[in-house]
Design a protein around this ligand. Structure first.
Ligand code: ZN
Length: 293
């Protein structure tokens, strides 16, 4: 038995995972705090792990981190405001169980490759589009990893010169234009919705599909997303791309326009008639499952 923990930009999920990659049970908590986030995360994990009846049989706690991981430390998680955080060491001292950290998009990519939509593809790309945009590349069946530093920061590739300021300190990053959070914030601000609740925004979009301002915003968002994704396709030429994160819940709104924009948008170096664009099968469970692989 292994424990998988998925630290999201705005929530934390914890689950007990069996040897077939199935979640036996899970619990979630929203992160609303803006101070002492580290303490809140650790307390939640310790509380939940010690409550598990199989506590003594747990061989590993795997943690999916929304940011940069190196040498089993969180170097930076910009959307949580966390830096140089030795969560693995702290938890190991308190729980006496081995703790392994991995970037969340890499966890999801591995989970989709082993149990989900990327099974059977030798070369694929996984993109997690939610609070930010995480990414991972499977090449010749293996997860690509850079040496020394984690790499694969698709989110912080620049798609707009002197563009909007990103949490990372640079300007014009892909995620500033194409994360789902930014899109929801823009819709909320434009139409005074006073919420970025995914369900409410989604309903608003579906009910106002003919609104000209909304059409413009949707089109603009899809274009920005296509630019970032086409850059990745041009580099790796994957057989399949899997999209996860809360984006999957908006698939009826974005899937077809995105696919069309990628194929017809004069963005790909090697033109394609079709793109295998998958939606993550494991959805929000991918981080928890992938953290245990
Ligand atoms: Zn950035």
């Amino acid at each position: 038995m292994k424990i998988g923990v998925d630290i999201g930009g705005s929530h934390i999920g914890i689950g007990l995972v069996n040897e077939n990659g199935e979640i036996i049970f899970k619990e979630e908590k929203y992160i609303t705090e803006t101070t002492n986030i580290e303490e809140k995360i650790e307390d939640f994990i310790i509380e939940k792990v010690t409550q598990i009846p199989e506590y003594n049989a747990i061989e590993l706690i795997g943690i999916a981190v929304p940011g940069t991981v190196s040498e089993n430390k969180i170097i930076k998680a910009v959307n949580l405001g966390i830096e140089n955080y030795e969560i693995a060491k702290n938890l190991e001292e308190k729980l006496h169980i081995k703790v392994k950290l991995r970037n969340d998009a890499k966890c999801s990519a591995l989970a989709e490759q082993k149990y989900g939509e990327l099974a059977g593809f030798e070369n694929s790309v996984f993109l997690c589009i939610g609070t930010g945009i995480g990414g991972a590349v499977i090449y010749n069946g293996e997860l690509l990893e850079a040496k020394g530093v984690p790499g694969f920061e698709f989110s912080h590739t620049i798609i707009q010169k002197n563009g909007k300021l990103c949490n990372c300190g640079k300007r014009g990053c892909f995620e500033v234009y194409a994360s789902l959070k930014r899109f929801k914030e823009e819709v909320s601000n434009e139409f005074n919705l006073n919420t970025i609740d995914g369900d409410k925004i989604r309903k608003f979009i579906l009910q106002n599909a003919q609104d000209i301002r909304l059409k413009y915003m949707l089109n603009n968002y899809v274009q920005d997303l296509s630019i970032g994704i086409s850059n990745i396709i041009n580099i790796f030429e994957p057989e399949a791309i899997c999209l996860g994160g809360s984006f999957a819940e908006y698939n009826d709104i974005f899937y077809e326009p995105l696919k069309k924009s990628l194929i017809d948008g004069n963005l790909l170096f090697n033109k394609r008639d079709d793109i295998i664009l998958k939606l993550a099968k494991l959805k929000n469970d991918a981080g928890i499952i992938g953290a245990t692989i």
